[in-house]
Design a protein around this ligand. Sequence first.
Ligand code: NAD
Length: 461
Amino acid sequence: MTSTITPDARAITSQVDALRASYGSGRTRPLAWRRQQLAALDMLLVENGSDIEVAIGIDLGKHPLETHLAEIGTVRAEIELAMRNLEQWARPRTIEVGDALQPAQGFIQREPLGTVLIISPWNYPVHLLLMPCVGAIAAGNTVVLKPSELAPATSELMARLIPQYLDGSGVLVVEGGVEETTELLALPWDHIFYTGNGAVGRIVAAAAAKHLSPTTLELGGKSPVWIDSSADIDEAAHWLAWGKFANAGQTCVAPDYVMAPAAVVPSLVNALQREISALYGINPRESADLGRVVNRRHLDRLVGLLDGAIIAIGGDVDPEDRYLAPTVLTDVKPSDPVMAQEIFGPILPVMSVPTADAAIDYINAGDKPLAMYVFSGDEAVTNAFLARTSSGGVAINSVMIQIGVHDLPFGGVGESGNGAYHGEVTMRTFSHDRSVLVKGAGQNLMRFSEPPYTTEKEQML
Ligand code: NAD
């Protein structure tokens, strides 16, 4: 059986060695093993749904239904997709071989990478741990999962449940924080899949470089929103209130800030007030549907961003409850602290920006975002954003739902990360597409290109 290992470097190394030996034995390669593990992972989610909801409730104050939809349901859908398509995704793909090599056959063999490490953050502590794990198992790897220490109840639950359901010689959970992750990162991996902030992303990339381990870096950043007067402002406000304040704004693809012409701002703020009340009531603090900020350190950071700001909506704080009301700021300037870094909390700054061109210039002057959102009824405007900016993903006239489409690869670009996953792309991320050429007996036209380079050969060209 799998067991959670102690935070001891030797124990970590020897358990990972055991996993590597298990991979070497071929145990995880058969599709039957992969299918059985995926089914077991699904069973874990089905049989322990309420424990997961309680744990995430403790860590983040998420409503059980939100956990059911955004954490359990999304991973189950990914498992179902992987199981349904496993044969097709794993199948060798025949390719055309040129005349000069005939007779010959060529194909691409999708093989697992080996032993892989998945490091996840606290904000969707089940989803972000298990979504990549689905593809890693589907591809036939052995896997080490490192949940976030900042969602301790969920980390402890995953470390307890995973060994009960999954094959311990295939999947291992290592709990812990910086010290344990540093131990893990010192080891050679066949792939490291990291989700979290860019500062740690750099630590992961540097550690991976020592062993030439490939990485996927799922990072964050400030995801901008543009709204112009041709948009349906009520509809835009609805999307924004949902996307910004779900999980108390602690979503990597949450709309970070809004740019809109000054004439649009008053009606947008009114509509946001209506939408926030519709979602969380007149006093959001009493709503069981609004999540909490993960810890005091993050709450203090967020409250600091309100210093000197013009608060149009919200702003109430209860440090004991890690509560920050859904908050909207107006008259925001690019030089304000709230515009300096990813907010990752329930604060929505609105900047008056006169034109789409000016908004595009502003986006292009910063890091490439993970997501970008455009609300406009004018196709020329949406096309201009698509043609002249870069981001991990884009949604037009909505927010966040692009990541729920499993055929759309989910990942960042530049500072928001590199590599992608979801659906078949996850399987590809954790596989190597190996080129295979099988030469048939008979003629070998390649002899023509070998020495001796005779005059006769020259004349044939
Ligand atoms: P976090 O603090 O939980 O850290 C992420 C992981 O890194 C944890 O497992 C942690 O133990 C490990 N870690 C932390 N410090 C480390 C160190 N010094 N050395 C080695 N490992 C270390 O989560 P976070 O970084 O606060 O997560 C929030 C960030 O993640 C935001 O920027 C958000 O946008 C981003 N994010 C991105 C995605 C995505 O899919 N692109 C999803 C969620 C969050």
